[in-house]
Design a protein. Sequence first.
Length: 74
Amino acid sequence: MSGYEKKDVQKLFTELNGYEKKGVDITLNGLAASPMQVVQAHILREDVIYMRDYVMNEKGDIKELCFTDVIIQK
């Protein structure tokens, strides 16, 4: 499972699914993504880490969660 334990994958999916249910937009490299798409990207791309960026609204609530890939130099 390319470095990810099954429990870690389930935890990430549950977390992102919770955000989605609260109406938080999720993007992956600038494109709208579902929790499953983000999880799959994490599993399939061993040479990449994903940086999270939390975008807040005027009340301080999370309105968008952006994942941007950062290539690991080997």
